[in-house]
Design a binder for this molecule. Structure first.
Ligand SMILES: *[C@@H]1O[C@H](CO)[C@@H](O)[C@H](O)[C@H]1NC(C)=O
Ligand SMILES: *[C@@H]1O[C@H](CO)[C@@H](O)[C@H](O)[C@H]1NC(C)=O
Ligand SMILES: *[C@@H]1O[C@H](CO)[C@@H](O)[C@H](O)[C@H]1NC(C)=O
Ligand SMILES: *[C@@H]1O[C@H](CO)[C@@H](O)[C@H](O)[C@H]1NC(C)=O
Ligand SMILES: *[C@@H]1O[C@H](CO)[C@@H](O)[C@H](O)[C@H]1NC(C)=O
Ligand SMILES: *[C@@H]1O[C@H](CO)[C@@H](O)[C@H](O)[C@H]1NC(C)=O
Ligand SMILES: *[C@@H]1O[C@H](CO)[C@@H](O)[C@H](O)[C@H]1NC(C)=O
Ligand SMILES: *[C@@H]1O[C@H](CO)[C@@H](O)[C@H](O)[C@H]1NC(C)=O
Ligand SMILES: *[C@@H]1O[C@H](CO)[C@@H](O)[C@H](O)[C@H]1NC(C)=O
Ligand SMILES: *[C@@H]1O[C@H](CO)[C@@H](O)[C@H](O)[C@H]1NC(C)=O
Ligand SMILES: [Cu+2]
Length: 557
C-alpha cells in the first residue's frame, strides 16, 4: 500500500511540473544509442536513449534528486549548469573538481535544492567531451502561484541548440591532443537534435514548432554546443527577450539573439504573421578570422496550424559569421529587471579586485607531429590548469594535502599589451592552483582576452554563483578610467559571459557559497587546453555558512 502510494507520488512528480511536488525524482540511465544524422549512423552516449536528453522540471524551492546510473564504458559526471548549489557542492558535478567520476556500473544520486532561482538552465556531462550528446534542459518554474513578471505566454517550448560530429567526439579530441593542434570542427549544428535540410543529404529533416495564430510562445533557448557561440532568429518574427541564465531581464525586442555555450535565453514570440511556414535558424558567431568554425546553419520550421504542406517556407538569412555589431547590439541591450521583487544586488564595495587574462599559449610537445613539436594550450593568468586525480572539494573538506595549492595569482605575472603584439615567449606554467576567498567576501574579476595566437571571444562560466556583468570594453582594461563607466544599478546577472575578442568584461559577485567552484571557458576545446581555475570559498561562522557533509554514495577515486 505504502509502496503503491510512493509510486503514485513518483509518477505524479515526474509529469511536467504543473502539480505541487517539493521533491522531484529523476533517473538518468547513461546508455549508448545508435543514431543517424547527415546520412550516417554512429553510436553516441545519451541519457535514457534521448538526444537531447530529458528535460528536468522543477519549481523554485524544490529539491531535485537525480539518480545517474552509468551503463557506458566512460567515467561520467553531470553538472546542473547555473544551479547555485548553496552548500551542496557535492552535487555540482565537474569531475575531479567537486566529485570523483561515476565509474562504469556505478551510480550516484545528485541531491540539490533550488533556492532563489527560476527560469531556464541546462544540465550536461562535465567530463571528457561527453557533453556533446549528454545534455538537456532544466526548467525551473516560479513558486506555485507566483506569476512571471511579464504577460503569461499561452505556451512554452524548449529549444536546445547543439553541434553534431559525424565522428566520435572522443576520437576528435584525442586526435587533437596527440597532434598538438586544434580539433576538427563539427559537421553541423542542431536544433532539438535535428540539423534541418542539408544539400548533400536530402533525407535529413528538421524540428517543427507548431503554433496557432494569435497565440504567444515562450521559447526557452539553450546553447548546448561544445565549441560555438550561435545566433538564433526566426523569419518574420520579433523575439522579446525576458530572461537569461535564469534571471529576469528588462524585456526588449530583437530580430536575433546571441547565445554562447552554457547560456540560456527565454524569448517570447507572438504568432502574429499570416498562415505559413517560417524558417528558424541557428548559425555560428566567430569574429576571429583565423579560427575555423563549422559554418553550417541549423534550420527548423515555425509552422502555423492550418498551413498546408504545399505552402512555401519564408526564409531568413543568418547574420554573417563575423557579425560583431549584431552580437554587441544584443549584449548591450541586456539589463537586469531590478524590480522590488527581483532586485539587482550588485556588490558596491569590492574586497578582491582581480585581473585575469584569458587566452592561449604554446608549450613544447616533442611527440606532437602536426604541431611541429609544440602544442597549443590555454591559460588564465599564464597558468594552464592541471586536472587533479582526486576531487578538489573532497581534498578541501577532508583536509587532504598535496592535491592543490591556493596561490592562484590575482593578476597576470607579467603585464604586457594584452591585445597588442604578443610577447616573444608564449609558454605557460602548469598547476592546480586555487584562489581562496573568505565567506561573504566581494569579488570583482576583470576577464581580459589576450591576443596570444589570436584574440578570441571566450564564454567564461562560473560555478556556484551568479555574477553581475558591470563593464565591458575593447583593448586593455584601464583600472583608472574604465570603472567610472561601470553599471552598478541594473547590470545583467548571469553565470556565463562572453569576453569579447580583443577586449575585457568586469564581473562582480559575493562569495556567499562555501566550497570549491570551477571557473572555465565554456568552449570545450579551451577547457581541455587548460583555460580553467577554481575558487575556494571558506566556511563562514554562522550555522548555515558551511559546506554540508558529503552524501554517503559520493563516488570514490
Ligand atoms: C549499434 O550498431 C552496431 C552495428 O550495427 C551494433 O553492433 C551495436 O550493438 C548497436 N548498438 C546499440 C547500442 O544499439
Ligand atoms: C538530500 O539532502 C538533504 C540535505 O541537504 C537531506 O536532508 C536529504 O535526506 C537528502 N536526500 C536524499 C534522498 O539523500
Ligand atoms: C579530422 O579531419 C581530418 C581531415 O578532414 C580527417 O582526416 C580526420 O579523420 C578527422 N578526424 C576525426 C577524428 O574524425
Ligand atoms: C564552409 O566551410 C567550408 C570548409 O571550410 C567551405 O568549403 C564552404 O565553402 C563554407 N561554406 C560557406 C557557406 O561559407
Ligand atoms: C609546421 O611546419 C610546417 C612546415 O614548415 C608548416 O607548414 C605548418 O604550418 C606548421 N604547423 C604549425 C602548427 O605550426
Ligand atoms: C596595444 O596594442 C594595440 C595594437 O597594436 C595598440 O593599438 C594599443 O595602443 C596598445 N595599447 C597600449 C596600452 O599600449
Ligand atoms: C608564463 O610562464 C612561463 C613559464 O614560467 C614564462 O616563461 C613566461 O614568460 C610567462 N608568460 C607570461 C606572459 O607571463
Ligand atoms: C605540464 O603538465 C603536463 C600534463 O598535465 C605535462 O605533460 C607537462 O610536461 C607539464 N609541463 C611542465 C612545464 O611542467
Ligand atoms: C555579508 O556582507 C554583507 C555586506 O557587508 C552584510 O550585510 C551581510 O550581513 C553579510 N552576511 C553574512 C552572512 O555575513
Ligand atoms: C575513471 O575514474 C577513476 C577514478 O578517478 C580512475 O581511476 C580511472 O582511471 C578512470 N577511468 C578512465 C577510463 O579514465
Ligand atoms: Cu575560450
Amino acid at each position: 500500500m505504502e509502496y503503491l502510494f510512493r509510486l503514485l507520488i513518483l509518477v505524479v512528480c515526474l509529469s511536467p511540473a504543473f502539480v505541487e511536488c517539493r521533491v522531484r525524482h529523476y533517473r538518468f540511465n547513461v546508455v549508448m544509442r545508435n543514431t543517424s544524422r547527415l546520412c550516417s549512423t554512429k553510436s553516441i552516449v545519451t541519457v535514457n536513449g534521448k538526444f537531447p536528453g530529458p528535460t528536468i522540471y522543477a519549481r523554485e524551492d524544490d529539491t531535485v534528486l537525480v539518480n545517474v546510473v552509468n551503463h557506458v564504458k566512460y567515467n561520467v559526471s553531470v553538472h546542473w549548469h547555473g544551479i547555485r548549489q548553496l552548500r551542496t557542492g557535492w552535487a555540482d558535478g565537474p569531475a575531479y573538481i567537486t566529485q570523483c567520476p561515476i565509474q562504469p556500473g556505478q551510480n550516484y544520486v545528485y541531491n540539490f535544492t533550488i533556492t532563489g532561482q527560476r527560469g531556464t538552465l541546462l544540465w550536461h556531462a562535465h567530463i571528457l567531451w561527453l557533453r556533446a550528446t549528454v545534455h538537456g534542459a532544466l526548467v525551473i518554474l516560479p513558486k506555485l502561484g507566483v506569476p512571471y513578471p511579464f504577460p503569461k505566454p499561452n505556451h512554452e517550448s524548449v529549444i536546445v541548440l547543439g553541434e553534431w560530429w559525424k565522428s566520435d567526439t572522443e576520437a576528435v579530441i584525442n586526435e587533437a591532443l596527440k597532434s598538438g593542434v586544434a580539433p576538427n570542427v563539427s559537421d553541423a549544428h542542431t536544433i532539438n537534435g535535428h540539423t534541418g535540410r542539408v544539400s548533400n543529404c536530402p533525407s535529413t529533416g528538421g524540428f517543427t514548432l507548431s503554433v496557432e495564430p494569435a497565440k504567444t510562445y515562450m521559447l526557452r533557448v539553450i546553447n548546448a554546443a561544445l565549441n560555438e557561440e550561435l545566433f538564433f532568429k526566426i523569419a518574420g518574427h520579433k523575439l522579446t527577450v525576458v530572461e537569461v541564465d535564469a534571471t529576469y531581464v528588462k524585456p526588449f525586442e530583437t530580430d536575433t539573439i546571441l547565445i554562447a555555450p552554457g547560456q540560456t535565453t527565454n524569448v517570447i514570440v507572438s504568432a502574429n504573421q499570416g498562415a505559413g511556414k517560417y524558417m528558424v535558424a541557428a548559425s555560428p558567431f566567430m569574429d576571429t578570422p583565423t579560427v575555423a568554425v563549422d559554418n553550417m546553419t541549423a534550420t527548423a520550421t515555425l509552422h502555423y496550424s492550418g498551413t498546408l504542406s504545399s505552402y512555401p517556407t519564408t526564409f531568413t538569412s543568418p547574420p554573417p559569421q563575423n557579425a560583431t555589431p549584431v552580437a554587441n547590439n544584443f549584449i548591450n541591450s541586456l539589463r537586469s529587471l531590478n524590480s522590488n521583487t527581483y532586485p539587482a544586488t550588485v556588490p558596491l564595495k569590492v574586497d578582491h579586485s582581480l585581473l585575469f587574462t584569458v587566452g592561449l599559449g604554446i608549450n613544447p610537445c616533442p611527440t606532437c607531429k602536426a604541431g611541429n613539436g609544440s602544442r597549443v594550450v590555454a591559460n588564465i593568468n599564464n597558468v594552464t590548469f592541471v586536472m587533479p586525480t582526486f576531487a578538489l572539494l573532497q581534498a578541501h573538506y577532508f583536509n587532504i594535502k598535496g592535491v592543490f595549492t591556493t596561490d592562484f595569482p590575482g593578476k597576470p605575472p607579467v603585464s604586457f599589451n594584452y591585445t597588442g603584439t604578443p610577447p616573444a615567449n608564449l609558454r605557460t606554467t602548469n598547476g592546480t592552483k586555487l584562489y581562496r576567498l573568505a565567506y561573504n567576501a566581494t569579488v570583482q574579476v576583470v576577464l581580459q582576452d589576450t591576443g596570444i595566437i589570436a584574440p578570441e571571444n571566450h564564454p567564461v562560466h562560473l560555478h556556484g554563483f551568479n555574477f553581475f556583468a558591470v563593464g565591458r570594453g575593447l583593448g586593455n582594461f584601464n583600472p583608472r578610467t574604465d570603472p567610472n563607466k561601470f553599471n552598478l544599478v541594473d547590470p545583467v546577472e548571469r553565470n556565463t559571459i562572453g569576453v569579447p575578442s580583443g577586449g575585457w568584461v568586469a564581473i562582480r559577485f559575493r562569495a556567499d557559497n562555501p566550497g570549491v567552484w570551477f571557473m572555465h571557458c565554456h568552449l570545450e576545446v579551451h577547457t581541455t587546453w587548460g583555460l580553467k581555475m577554481a575558487f575556494l570559498v571558506d566556511n563562514g561562522k554562522g550555522p548555515k555558512e558551511s559546506v554540508l557533509p558529503p552524501p554517503k554514495d559520493l563516488p570514490k577515486c
